[in-house]
Design a protein around this ligand. Sequence first.
Ligand SMILES: NC(=O)C1=CN([C@@H]2O[C@H](COP(=O)(O)OP(=O)(O)OC[C@H]3O[C@@H](n4cnc5c(N)ncnc54)[C@H](O)[C@@H]3O)[C@@H](O)[C@H]2O)[C@@H](O)CC1
Ligand SMILES: [K+]
Length: 505
Amino acid sequence: MRTAYSVETVRAAERDLMARLPEGALMRRAAAGLAAVCAELLGRGRGRVYGSRVVLLVGSGDNGGDALYAGARLARRGAGVTAVLLAPERAHAAGLAALRRAGGRTVEITGPDTGTGPDTAVGTGAEAGTVAALAAVRRADLVVDGIVGIGGTGGLRPAAVPLAEAAERSGAAVVAVDLPSGVDADTGEVRGTALRADLTVTFGTHKPGLLVDPAREYAGSVRLVGIGLDLPAEPELEALQHADVARLLPVPGAESDKYRRGVVGIAAGSARYPGAAVLAVAGALRGGAGAVRYAGPAGRDVIARFPETLVSDRGPKHAGRVQAWVVGPGAGDDAGPVAEVLAADVPVLIDADGLRLADASAVRARSAPTLLTPHAGEAAALLGVEREEVEAGRLAAARELAGRYGATVLLKGSTTLVAGPKDGDGTAVRVNPTGTSWLATAGSGDVLSGLAGSLLAAGLPARDAGSAAAYLHGLAGRRAADGAPVGAHDVAEAIPGAWRDVLRG
Ligand SMILES: NC(=O)C1=CN([C@@H]2O[C@H](COP(=O)(O)OP(=O)(O)OC[C@H]3O[C@@H](n4cnc5c(N)ncnc54)[C@H](O)[C@@H]3O)[C@@H](O)[C@H]2O)[C@@H](O)CC1
Ligand SMILES: [K+]
């Protein structure tokens, strides 16, 4: 399990640890880890550290201190290190002294604001420090972003923007210290300009912003350097790995029969969209339930493709017993099945059209678990905001929906999130690490809903069912695509392979 903690929690853990350690010890640990990763990168790119050109972008806080101490280590190994001081009077004094002792040089940005004053744009290139700094960045083999870390607010300040852009355009490897500067550590939001890194070296724990889009994209690959923090049991965010998902997946025992394994009901599809029913069933058949019951108008299409399905053309209420319902994919405008399903005292997954048709108070009144699976557009409609707002603040949107509906919410996207209600089966939001843009294809969500519903029927709690389904679905998408476009039915067919991969580790 990969976990992420909020800035507040990290700060508290750091305070506890610092009280027990000699002054500066924690920063030295962080800087040693950072320098080791930088040396490894330089070794890979240039063959050695000696003679390489390293530029440190140094802000006013301890994030800059980490960069300066790491720079000193690289300078002692023969790298030519230039520290660009964005706030010269407030740069970490001991770190700066260490860099100078090691032979590093400094360039001072003395132009308009670099972190404290009004946000005026950088001058017209006349500021000598900026010109020198840009030239150094263009020649660099490695740029280290120590502008701002967990103490940051808002996007990059104007003076830092051209440097970040130059780093991105240069051929240098860009390493962010703790976080890419300009992203929000707690929410993954990027309000303004942020630096794009190839790799982020983060300390003590992942921060939520490193795992959630859009900030995740700015971080590049992420390396965690342990500094000995003692963190609470419940993180803010968790990303399951193979072993975690393997523990969740249902395995039939010797005395299992189809009913004990769980029957999942699919109330999906319409005369207009029969394919949604077929795809939801395709997902459900690969999700661990012992049988799939279909209730709706697309029975003929379902049975033609999947003869093992138990088909009924009457509403969910009269379709026979199930251990979980999936309702909504391709449902069109018929609110009847949604209402019938919501009245059933079994776990219910609501997707697509069903989200629009479901009565919010009926969802809130349920005592059995409910799992809502909107994409950003559907979540925006439920919240009454613009889609862009949901995309920019995915974590807040998922939590808000879970709170409003008293339900578990799986918010689909490049980093799918699963947030439970307050009284749910755990407070950490799950973030899915297996997503792939190949999954952005029609019908892919229908497959996911069937798969997650099947896991619900097999007895998984809603948060586990949603996150295990998203994980398998992402892996299946990768397997099916393997670098080429695929259809949703290909994804469904790849689920058993993904399942096996997970179980085999
Ligand atoms: N506290 C600790 O024990 C440790 C902290 N470490 C490092 O220290 C960092 C936190 O240090 P700080 O609390 O000093 O905070 P930061 O260094 O993240 O930044 C705070 C400073 O940046 C300014 N600032 C805020 N937003 C800005 C923006 N958008 N652009 C430019 N400047 C901005 C603030 O005015 C403040 O002076 C961590 O991210 C990590 O890199 C590590 O050394 C590990 C140990
Ligand atoms: K940084």
